[in-house]
Write a protein that binds this ligand. Structure first.
Ligand code: PRT
Ligand code: ZN
Length: 299
C-alpha cells in the first residue's frame, strides 16, 4: 500500500459498517475489497478504506494512520477522555454527525434498587464499558463516592451477578434493558456516528483528497434531508407560502402562462417535507404540489 494514498477507517463488521460503506459509495468512491478483507482499495480516487474494530478507529485517526474515520461519538469521546488533558484537543477533530448509529448512554437500575434522582447513585457501584464518560457525568453532577466497575461487554448482567447496583450502557430501542428487568433512570449522553479527522499539522499530500471527500459527505448528508418542491400559488399568498417552506432560502417564482393571479414556485427545502407541511401549504392557497428527492448537491 503506497503512503500517497489517503485512508479512511470504518467499522469492519457491526452496526455502522453498512451505512458507512453506503455513504462512501454515495460520495462517488468505487472500491474493491482486498483479499484479506481488511482494506478496500479505492479504484477511482487515491483513497483506501481500512476495515477495523470500531474501538481502534479513534487511535488510528489520532496517530495519523488513517486520515479520517467514522465511529460512534461514544467510542471517540471515551478514547479522548482516556488521554491526559493536554493531549485531548490535539487528538482528532470531530467533523460532526453522519445521521446514523443513534443511541444514548444511560444509567439503568434493577426494579428493587431504590432511585430518587442522581444523588441516589452516591456510594453505589455502576458497571459500564464507558468508565471515562460515566466519570465525566458523575463529576459534572457532583455525584461522589461511586465505584465504577469496568466491564468489557454484557454489562446488563452485572446486577444479577452481584457485581454492581446500577449499569451504564448504550440503549437504542430499550428491549435489552427490558429483557433484563432493568429500568432506564438517567441519560448520560446522546450518541451517533461521527466523522473524525486527524488533526496533526503534517504537510499531507493527500489532504486535498480528504477535503474533497469531506465536502462530498456533507453534500450527501444534506441531500438526504433535502427535497425539491414545486407548487402553484396565488400571488397574494406568496409571502405566507414562502414562510411555510421548510428550510428554504428564497424560492424561484415564475409566471404561469395564461393565469395572471397565480405563479409557479420552485424551492429546495433543506429539511424533509412532511404531509403536515403540504397540508399547511394547501391551507395557505398552494395547489399542484410536487415533492421530489434531490440526487446531488454541492454548495
Ligand atoms: O466489533 P466491534 O468492536 O467493531 O463492534 P462493537 O460490538 O463494539 O460495536 P457495535 O457494532 O455493536 O456498535 C457500534 C456503534 O453503534 C456503537 O459504538 C454505538 O455508537 C452505535 N449503537 C447504536 C449501538 C446501539 N445503537 C446499540 N443499541 N451500540 C450498541 N447497542 C447495543 C445496546 O447496548 C444493547 O446491548 O445493542 C443492544 C441492543 O440495544 P436495544 O436498546 O435496541 O435493545
Ligand atoms: Zn467495539
Amino acid at each position: 500500500m503506497s503512503d500517497k494514498r489517503a485512508k479512511i477507517a470504518i467499522q469492519k463488521s457491526g452496526r455502522l459498517t453498512e451505512h458507512s460503506l453506503e455513504i462512501l459509495t454515495r460520495c462517488g468512491l468505487q472500491y474493491s475489497r482486498g483479499r484479506d478483507e481488511l482494506v478496500c482499495f479505492g479504484e477511482n480516487m487515491p483513497i483506501d478504506i481500512l476495515l477495523v474494530r470500531d474501538d481502534d478507529i479513534p487511535q488510528l485517526v489520532s496517530e495519523g494512520t488513517a486520515d479520517i474515520g467514522i465511529v460512534g461519538l461514544n467510542v471517540a469521546e471515551e478514547m479522548r477522555l482516556a488521554l491526559p488533558e493536554p493531549e485531548r484537543d490535539a487528538s482528532f477533530e470531530n467533523l460532526g454527525g453522519v445521521s446514523y448509529g443513534h443511541c444514548r448512554l444511560c444509567i439503568a437500575r434493577p426494579a428493587d434498587e431504590p432511585f430518587d434522582g442522581p444523588q441516589s447513585l452516591a456510594g453505589k457501584r455502576i458497571a459500564t464499558t464507558y468508565p471515562n464518560l460515566l466519570r465525566r457525568y458523575l463529576d459534572a453532577n457532583d455525584i461522589t463516592n461511586v465505584e465504577v466497575v469496568k466491564f468489557s461487554g454484557a454489562v446488563e448482567i452485572a446486577p444479577r451477578l452481584g457485581k454492581a447496583d446500577f449499569i451504564c450502557d448504550l440503549v437504542s430501542s430499550g428491549s435489552t434493558l427490558r429483557a433484563n428487568q432493568l429500568e432506564e433512570v438517567l441519560n448520560v449522553m446522546h450518541s451517533e456516528a461521527v466523522m473524525i479527522r486527524h488533526s496533526g499539522n503534517q504537510s499531507n499530500h493527500h489532504n486535498d483528497w480528504i477535503d474533497r471527500l469531506v465536502q462530498r459527505m456533507e453534500g450527501v448528508l444534506q441531500v438526504r434531508e433535502s427535497k425539491y418542491i414545486m407548487l402553484h400559488a396565488p400571488r397574494a399568498a406568496l409571502p405566507a407560502i414562502t414562510a411555510l417552506l421548510p428550510g428554504s432560502e428564497g424560492p424561484t417564482v415564475t409566471p404561469l402562462e395564461g393565469c395572471e393571479e397565480k405563479v409557479a414556485v420552485h424551492a429546495v427545502c433543506r429539511e424533509n417535507v412532511f404531509w403536515e407541511n403540504l397540508e399547511a401549504l394547501k391551507a395557505a392557497g398552494a395547489s399542484s404540489m410536487l415533492v421530489l428527492p434531490v440526487e446531488k448537491m454541492l454548495a
